[in-house]
Design a protein around this ligand. Structure first.
Ligand SMILES: [Zn+2]
Ligand SMILES: [Zn+2]
Length: 167
């Protein structure tokens, strides 16, 4: 019997969706960003914008605003980079999936870490990221935002259906 399934996401859509999922962990109410760094379809690191380990969250103590930006958190890209550093992972030649276009500082850090491709669906305001990425020959791919829902429909999968015994 042929059962119609939802269209499978492309690899780019899949990893972008993972970046969206990572953004759910963000702790700054001004912006929720996620970043997933991938090489050969293998996730090397993930990050979201959040406070330094052990320090208060914007959500709990309010944002720490300097020049109209909240500076309490590390951005998603920096947190993905620091996760890779912590685990001794080489990011050279990898692709970064980010929910929002990098700020200038994050773009420079990503370039220096060897990121070669950036996939993103949302713009950031007022940044030199595109200029730096382009000058450093980092490919920028802009996709439309993947679907916000995760299509996990347990009830539909016959092998997951409850039997009388398993209730
Ligand atoms: Zn904040
Ligand atoms: Zn940034």
């Amino acid at each position: 019997m042929k059962i119609k399934t939802k269209k499978r996401p492309s690899w780019d859509e899949y990893f972008l969706k993972l970046a969206m999922l990572a953004s759910e962990r963000s702790t700054c109410p001004r912006m929720h960003c996620g970043c997933v760094i991938v090489k050969d379809k293998f996730v090397l690191a993930t990050g979201y914008n959040g406070s330094l380990p052990g320090l208060p969250h914007c959500e709990d103590e309010g944002c720490l605003i300097v020049d109209n930006h909240c500076v309490r958190t590390n951005h998603a890209e920096i947190n993905a980079l620091t996760q890779a550093v912590t685990h001794g992972v080489n990011l050279k030649g990898s692709t970064a999936y980010i929910t929002n276009m990098s700020c200038t500082t994050c773009a420079k850090a990503m370039i220096a870490a060897g990121i070669k491709r950036v996939v993103v669906f949302s713009e950031y305001h007022d940044t030199l990221a595109t200029k730096f990425y382009t000058e450093s020959h980092v490919e920028i791919v802009k996709l439309k935002m993947p679907g916000k829902e995760i299509h996990y429909d347990l009830k539909r999968y016959t092998s997951a259906r409850k039997t009388k015994k398993s209730k």
